[in-house]
Design a protein around this ligand. Structure first.
Ligand code: PMV
Length: 317
């Protein structure tokens, strides 16, 4: 019989939405890709405390005793849901979970989903019953509801499956085939992205003007389908103009901001093929389509425009 390891480690990548945010909450498709340059890591060991689980969130300097935590506290909710998926009770285990992440927090890079994914994986593996990816994704979705209110499910899907996806709420996962690798630059505005708030704001205007917003969502959906065909067909040159088109529609939805527009302009001055906000908007990230040759120059322009962090990443299979 093989011995159970004393320490179990699991990780999960960040993600970036290339096309389709917000409209995806209303049943339109969106494209998102994992960003492996940044990772959340969870390690589980026997701990030193009493029965139960203690989570050490090292980056934010927090220690959470899951038995004592409020029901809505996201990390302890993730632990509780994982144990209940394994038919275990909190009082039956004695574990410490250490979490570290290089994914910028509240920036639209899926930090919450990645931390939850790493916790679910590390815990279930440590307890000898690794959960399948579909179950991991569903458990992470439950945590996402605490962060985001009414999430579409795109974050947990991309992060748990670690695959580029063409995502449509309720549909089985559709992998986005990348015909030819391409480069994107992601820049964090440093302003926290309040996805829960922007999703709620869009919803309240949609309720007042459903026809106008449904039209915008349809137009975003059409951009997503064109972008999917371009990515799968290896016609990466058209991604820049499609990002600009998507950004124009996001502006009309009311989720851009002067800070994001400043970064988009900086990316364009630096030679990006196109750029848009990514994620909930108002704060958080922008994403720009670049060539391998222009990536560094765009990066420099974004840093000059006071981006808090810039990540250059190659999107491939
Ligand atoms: O802020 P992020 O990257 O978690 O993205 C939110 C994307 C939205 O479409 C605005 C919301 C959602 O749940 O899909």
């Amino acid at each position: 019989m093989s011995r159970k390891p004393q320490v179990t480690r699991a990780s999960a990548p960040g993600k970036v939405i290339l096309f389709g945010e917000h409209a995806v909450v209303y049943g339109r498709p969106a494209l998102a890709v994992p960003v492996t340059d940044v990772q959340a890591v969870a390690t589980v060991d026997a701990g030193r405390s009493e029965l139960g689980v203690t989570v050490y969130a090292h980056d934010i300097g927090r220690t959470i005793d899951v038995c004592q935590a409020e029901a809505e506290e996201p990390l302890s909710l993730t632990v509780r849901n994982t144990l209940s998926a394994l038919s275990l009770r909190l009082e039956e285990v004695q574990l410490a979970v250490h979490v570290r992440s290089s994914i910028p927090i509240a920036s639209g890079m899926g930090s919450g989903a990645a931390v939850a994914t790493a916790i679910v994986r590390a815990l279930s593996q440590h307890l000898g019953c690794p959960l399948d990816t579909g179950t991991v994704s569903s458990l992470v979705y439950e945590t996402e509801q605490v962060y985001h209110g009414t999430p579409s499910g795109i974050d947990n899907t991309v992060v748990a499956f670690e695959q580029s996806v063409y995502f449509r709420r309720g549909d089985p996962i559709a992998i986005l085939e990348v015909g030819q690798p391409f480069w994107v630059v992601i820049a964090d505005s440093g302003v926290p992205s309040l996805t829960r708030q922007t999703v709620a704001d869009v919803r309240s205007v949609w309720q007042r003007c459903p026809e106008a917003y449904e039209r915008l969502f349809d137009e975003i959906g059409a951009v997503v389908d064109t972008a999917r065909a371009a990515i799968e067909g290896g016609e990466v040159g058209s991604l820049g103009p499609l990002m600009n088109e998507n950004q124009d529609l996001l502006r009309q939805l009311g989720v851009s901001s002067p800070m994001l527009e400043g970064l988009i302009e900086a990316a364009q001055r630096g030679g990006a093929l196109g750029a848009k906000l990514s994620g909930g908007g108002v704060g958080g990230n922008i994403v720009a389509a670049v060539t391998e040759e222009s990536a560094d120059r765009v990066r420099g322009y974004l840093l000059d425009a006071e981006a808090a962090q810039v990540i250059v990443t190659r999107v491939e299979k």
